[in-house]
Write a protein of this length. Structure first.
Length: 463
C-alpha cells in the first residue's frame, strides 16, 4: 500500500461534526512551516514533553513530512494558530503469523487539550481515521496507547504485549550455544544504511511488528539530535555471521551515578536470525562494571532464561498491552495471515461502526492458507469484492480439502477479533470471559488451534 497519504480528502463527517462545535478540522500542509511548528507544539504539550530545541524541531518537521497530520482549531482562544487537538497517520505494513505482512493504517499523536474535553473531538478524529483507513484499502488500523480505556469504543483491542526484561549481572552465567559469527562495536551512525534491510528481515519474523520508516531509524541511532547528551551516550553493536554478513544489531546506553556500577539499558535489538538474537543478548548482558541489563519493550516470550545457568537472573516486569489493532476489512485481514490448523469456521462479527461487521466463512487448508468469504452477502466496496474474488479464485482449490460438513461458528465483537488475530490471546480465553460465544466446544477448540501462532506477537517500538 504505497501512495501519498495526504492525497486522500479530509473526512467530511468529521469536518461537519467539529464545525457544529465551532471548531475547524484541518489537514496540515507540510510546506507550511508555521502551521507545522504550531502542530508540533500542541503534540508535545499533549504528551507533556518539553518544547523542542531547534535541531529537534527540524527533525519533527521531517517526521510530519512523512505523515498525514490533522489539527483541530478554535478561533476563539488566545493562540488560535495552535491546534487544540492533533492526530497523525500513515500507511504501514503489519507483520502477521506466517512471515507475511498485511496493509495497515498506523495512527499516532492523538491529543486533545484538557480545555476542550467532552466536545466529541476525539470521536470525530478517530472515526475519521478509520474511514480514511478504509478508503486507503487498509485491512487493519493500529496504534500504541498511553490510556487503555479510550480506544476500545472505536473497535481497537490489545493484540500484543510488551515487557521489561531485567538481568542481574552477578548471576548471569551464559549456558547457551556459542554463536558461529562475531559481535562488533560500531558507530550508531554507521548503521544508517544497513538498519532498514535488517529491520525488514527482523520484523518479518515476529507478528505484531510494523514497518519502520526513516524517522524511527534516525531516532534510535541518535541521528535526530546528534549533539545531545542522549545521542552521544548511545553505543551500538552489530552481529555478523560466520560469512561476515550482518544479521542484527542493538543500540544501548549505560546509565549510572559517578563511580558506581550502572545499568545497560536498551530498547532496540533487531535480529534477522536466532544466532544473531542470542549473540546480541549475550553481548548486552556480559558487560563489566554494571549491575545488570534492562531491555525495554521486549517480548513476553524471550528465550533468555533458557540461555543462562540461573534462570532466576532474569526478571520480567511491567508486562502491559502495547500494540492495539482494529480490523477494518475482515476479508483482507483474515486472508492475509497463516493459520495453525486446517478447518472451517464461521465468524459472526459485530461492529457498531460497520467496517468489519458481517458473517464470514474462514476456510483453512493443511498448509495454513485461508480462503475467506462473506457468508451472508455482507456489504463490501467494489475494490474489496474484486480483492476477495481474486483471492478466492486462486486459493479455492487449496482450501477445499479442509471443508467440513457442519461448519463451527463463533460470535464475537470486532475488538475480540483484533485480540485473537495475531495469536496473542486464545479464543477460548475470551469465551471464558463471556466475550466470545461458540456454537459448541469443538468450535472453540478449532479456533484455538487455527489462530495459534508459532511466535508470540510483539511490537518493539512506540509510534
Amino acid at each position: 500500500m504505497s501512495f501519498e497519504p495526504r492525497s486522500l480528502p479530509v473526512d467530511a463527517a468529521a469536518r461537519a461534526a467539529l464545525a457544529a462545535q465551532g471548531l475547524e478540522y484541518r489537514l496540515i500542509d507540510p510546506g507550511d512551516t508555521a502551521a507545522v511548528d504550531a502542530w508540533v507544539d500542541a503534540d508535545q504539550r499533549g504528551f507533556h514533553h518539553a518544547r523542542p530545541r531547534p535541531e529537534a524541531r527540524e527533525f519533527e518537521r521531517r517526521v510530519l513530512g512523512e505523515r498525514r497530520a490533522h489539527g483541530v482549531y478554535d478561533s476563539t482562544i488566545p493562540e488560535p494558530a495552535v491546534p487544540v487537538a492533533t492526530v497523525s497517520s500513515w500507511p504501514a505494513g503489519l507483520s502477521v503469523p506466517g512471515g507475511r505482512s498485511v496493509d495497515g493504517w498506523a495512527v499516532s499523536s492523538v491529543t486533545v487539550a484538557p480545555t476542550h474535553r467532552r466536545r466529541g473531538i476525539a470521536r470525530a478524529m478517530m472515526e475519521a481515521e478509520l474511514a480514511t483507513a478504509s478508503k486507503a484499502g487498509a485491512a487493519v488500523a493500529m496504534l500504541t496507547v498511553t490510556e487503555a480505556t479510550i480506544y476500545g469504543r472505536y473497535g481497537y483491542a490489545p493484540a500484543a504485549k510488551a515487557a521489561t526484561i531485567q538481568v542481574d549481572r552477578r548471576r548471569a552465567r551464559w549456558s547457551g550455544p556459542d554463536a558461529p559469527g562475531r559481535v562488533h562495536f560500531v558507530e550508531p551512525a554507521g548503521l544508517a544504511d544497513l538498519a532498514p534491510a535488517l529491520w525488514r528481515r527482523a520484523v518479518a519474523r515476529t507478528p505484531g511488528e510494523i514497518d519502520r520508516w526513516p524517522a524511527i531509524r534516525d531516532r534510535v541511532l541518535g541521528l535526530a539530535e546528534p549533539d545531545s547528551d542522549s545521542s552521544r551516550s548511545l553505543r551500538a553493536i552489530r552481529y555478523d555471521d560466520e560469512r561476515g554478513k550482518p544479521q542484527g544489531f542493538a543500540t544501548f546506553r549505560v546509565t549510572r551515578e559517578p563511580h558506581q556500577p550502572g545499568w545497560v539499558e536498551f530498547d532496540v535489538l533487531a535480529a534477522a536470525t536466532d544466532d544473531a538474537e542470542r549473540a546480541l543478548w549475550r553481548a548486552l548482558i556480559e558487560q563489566d562494571f554494571v549491575s545488570g541489563t534492562r531491555g525495554l519493550l521486549r517480548s513476553v516470550d524471550e528465550p533468555l532464561e533458557w540461555l543462562l545457568e540461573d534462570p532466576r537472573a532474569v526478571t520480567v516486569s511491567d508486562v502491559t498491552d502495547h500494540l492495539w489493532i482494529r480490523i477494518v476489512d475482515a476479508i483482507a485481514a483474515l486472508g492475509a495471515r497463516r493459520y495453525g490448523a486446517a478447518g472451517e469456521l464461521v465468524l459472526d462479527i459485530e461492529d457498531p461502526l460497520g467496517h468489519a461487521a458481517g458473517r464470514f466463512t474462514l476456510l483453512v487448508s493443511a498448509d495454513g492458507r485461508a480462503v475467506v468469504h462473506a457468508a451472508d452477502g455482507a456489504a463490501e466496496s467494489a475494490p474489496r469484492r474484486e480483492r476477495s474474488r481474486s483471492r478466492s479464485t486462486s486459493a479455492e482449490q487449496v482450501g477445499s480439502r479442509a471443508r467440513t460438513a457442519e461448519p463451527r461458528s463463533l460470535k464475537l465483537d470486532v475488538r475480540d477479533l483484533g485480540s485473537i488475530y495475531l495469536g496473542g490471546v486464545r479464543p477460548s480465553v475470551l469465551a471464558r470471559a463471556g466475550r466470545i460465544t461458540a456454537s459448541n466446544a469443538g468450535a472453540l477448540d478449532l479456533a484455538d488451534r487455527m489462530f495459534a501462532a508459532t511466535r508470540a506477537p510483539h511490537l518493539s517500538i512506540w509510534f
